[in-house]
Design a protein around this ligand. Structure first.
Ligand code: FAD
Length: 425
């Protein structure tokens, strides 16, 4: 490699969850990593900020501490409203760690990136990806300021509109994502807005409206709709105003709630079967490969996981055997995500019907056991398609601990010590 060029083992384009997860794991294997992001961090990302159990477990493994995020809100239950307005409370397990949380992306992504750089990843930002050229044993990446970087591999973690995908020209013609979601922060929310709440509004199905509470009477509120089933895309602004005037939603949000900052909308890609996962020495992850859940549009866990799988494939294959790295990555994606993705896609079609959605929620609300297990399934405590994939059945699969359990144990041990001290005084 030439001396005039920056050089590294892996260039990661995009410092969101997918890119940071990949960077942290690659650094653990002592590889040199450059992360390139066009945004200056901390940066916002249009998102609901909801973290599923799967996302939390991965963040825990990566070393992210909830205490590092000021607005972290651990969720203990969820309230869902059926299309007919029936209310169901879904409790999450208690005393076994965290099963759901809300963490604003401006804070979450910044802390994840700090973790990656503290492990040794070199950050170039704000600096955009411009182009790449592939050779037998390496890739040359050009950035928007004309810097050239040589690397053995590129991990594309640059989101829905992946410029890396455009550069290798293997996208889907005219593709604009599958879901379109709209988000607004609120302050001064009412007393009913303390719970994670989801409304399955008949006119939005299989989409929904969410209210994800944040500390200090704040909330992330938004809605998602499917592009091809819903013709309201052009009118999202008007639809949003209409949603906010719906009495059952206003009652929870509170009449004094104040919209903070601008509202934002962004697509969510869920077409991992159609989008190529690799191209030569380039590996696509997260939204750049459309791994978000087709049923809910949640994509943070999947972004983290695909980033880790790409990192693992590269470290296993080593710097020269790109073909082995590609097959390793495809195989692991297939095993870890494809089957759940496919199943969630089928459920999405089912939830288009208000009758089917009503029945599904009724079934979930049958008794305490169904409510708890539906909550665990909904929040990706176990794989979506677990029931259909016997190779993943193992004893205790439905009763795993949540994330940050060790932390909770430590805290409760400390509390116990305090209690003992209190008793002896
Ligand atoms: C409104 C909305 C609500 C959502 N709610 C949730 C939720 O509650 N829970 C959940 O799990 N998922 C949710 N999602 C999905 C989730 O936000 C995404 O799936 C997730 O952010 C994907 O992570 P990523 O790392 O692949 O990409 P991103 O988070 O999009 O990160 C991509 C990064 O690449 C950088 N980049 C882009 N282009 C370039 C370039 N040319 N050069 C350099 N850098 C570049 C960007 O600056 C960015 O930092 C929601 C999505 C939307 C739109």
């Amino acid at each position: 490699m030439t001396e005039n060029y920056l050089s590294t083992d892996v260039i990661i384009v995009g410092a969101g969850p997918a890119g940071c997860a990949a960077a942290i794991d690659l650094c653990r294997h002592d590889l040199n990593v450059i992360i390139l992001d066009k945004a200056a961090f901390p940066r916002d990302k249009c998102c609901g900020d909801g973290l599923t159990t799967d996302a939390l477990r991965i963040l825990d493994e990566l070393g992210l501490r909830p205490e590092s995020i000021t607005s972290w809100n651990a969720v203990t239950d969820a309230i869902i409203y059926s299309p007919k307005g029936e209310r169901t409370v879904l409790p999450l397990p208690e005393g076994k760690g965290q099963f759901a949380a809300i963490a604003p992306r401006i804070e979450l992504d910044h802390q994840l990136l700090q973790l990656a750089t503290s492990r040794g990843a070199k950050l170039l930002s704000p600096l955009g990806f411009s182009n790449l050229e592939q050779f037998d044993d390496f890739v040359k990446v050009e950035t928007t300021d004309g810097t050239n970087i040589l690397a053995r591999y590129v991990i594309a973690a640059d989101g829905m509109w992946s410029s890396v995908r455009k550069a290798v020209n293997n996208g889907i013609e005219g593709y604009r994502g599958d879901w379109h979601a709209f988000r607004q922060y609120f302050s001064n929310t009412g007393p009913n807005a303390q719970h994670l709440t989801v409304w399955f509004e008949p006119d939005l199905l299989p989409g929904y409206v969410w209210l994800f509470p944040l500390p200090g009477q704040r909330a992330n509120v938004g809605f998602g709709i499917l592009r091809d089933r819903n013709h309201k895309l052009k009118d999202m602004g008007r639809l949003w105003k209409d949603i906010l005037t719906r009495p059952h939603i206003r009652e929870i949000l509170g009449n004094e709630a104040i919209a903070v900052g601008t509202h934002k909308a962004w697509p969510i890609p869920t077409r991992m079967k159609k989008l190529e996962s690799t191209s030569g020495r380039v590996f696509f992850t997260g939204d750049a490969i459309g791994v978000a859940d087709p049923m809910t549009g949640e994509g943070i866990a999947q972004a983290l996981q695909s980033g880790r799988l790409a990192a693992s494939a590269l470290t296993k294959a080593g710097p020269y055997d790109a073909s082995k790295a590609r097959s390793q990555y495809r195989l692991s994606l297939d095993k870890a995500l494809s089957r759940d993705h496919q199943f969630a896609g089928q459920l999405q079609s089912l939830l288009t019907s208000p009758v089917a959605t009503e029945l599904a929620i009724k079934a979930a609300n049958m008794n305490r056991w169904t409510r708890r297990n539906f909550a665990r399934w909904l929040f990706e405590d176990y794989p979506r398609a677990l029931i259909l994939t016997p190779d993943r059945w193992k004893f205790g699969a439905l009763s795993n601990d949540g994330a940050y359990q060790a932390n909770e144990r430590k805290i409760s041990a400390e509390d116990a010590d305090l209690l003992l001290i209190g008793e002896s005084e």
